[in-house]
Design a binder for this molecule. Sequence first.
Ligand code: SIN
Ligand code: FE2
Length: 217
Amino acid sequence: MTADLFDSAAEAQPSREEIADGAVLLRGFVRPIESELIEAARAVVTQSPFRRMTTPGGHLMSVAMTNCGERGWITDHTGYRYDPIDPRTGAPWPAMPPVFRDLARRAAEQGGFAGFSPDACLVNRYEPGTRLSLHQDKDELDYLAPIVSVSLGLAATFLFGGLARTDKPRRFRLVHGDVVVWGGPSRLAYHGVAPLAEGEHALLGRRRINLTFRKVL
Ligand code: SIN
Ligand code: FE2
C-alpha cells in the first residue's frame, strides 16, 4: 500500500531539470500517453507524408518533415516560411490532434509558460546518420510563446547553445518520452541535433520522431 502511494507520487511528479534560463528538460513527460501520440502522429503522416525539403541555399535536408496545425513550416529555394497549405498535397495541413495540443500546453506550463496555445506542430523524422545543424527558431511572429519539443523513438544528442551561433552548445541526451521547453530569455537559443546513432526502438524501429510545437501568429 505504502509502496503504491510512493509509486504514483513519483509518476505524478516527473523530473524537471533547468538546462538554461527559461529552458527545462522534462524527462519521460509523455511516456504515459506514448501510444496515443504515436497513433495520432501516424494519422497526420497518412494525410501529409514526410518529405525532405530543400533549404534556400539548395541543400536537401537530411531530416524528413511534415506538419499539423493551422500553419506548417516549410523551406524551399525561395526561403523559410509558415504556410496554411501543404505544398505537397495542395490541401491544408492536418488539424492538430487534441492529444498533441493538450500535451504541449501541459509541458509549457511545467516550463513556466502557462496558457501556451500552439498553432503549428512540425513533425521531424530522423534516421541513423540524420542531423539538424544549429539554428534558431525565428520564423514565428510571436517570441513570447515558448517552443515545446517532444522526443519519441531512438535517442538523440540535443545541442543547446546560447543566443550567439558561436556559443558552445551543451549536449543533452534525449530519449523516448522526453520534452524540452524553451522560451523567455532562451527563446532564440541556438539548438540542433547531432547525427543520430544506429539503433532500434521497440515502438518506432530505426527512427526518431520529434514534435516541435510553436505559436506562429
Ligand atoms: C527542431 O529544432 O526543429 C528539432 C529539434 C529536435 O529534433 O530535437
Ligand atoms: Fe528548431
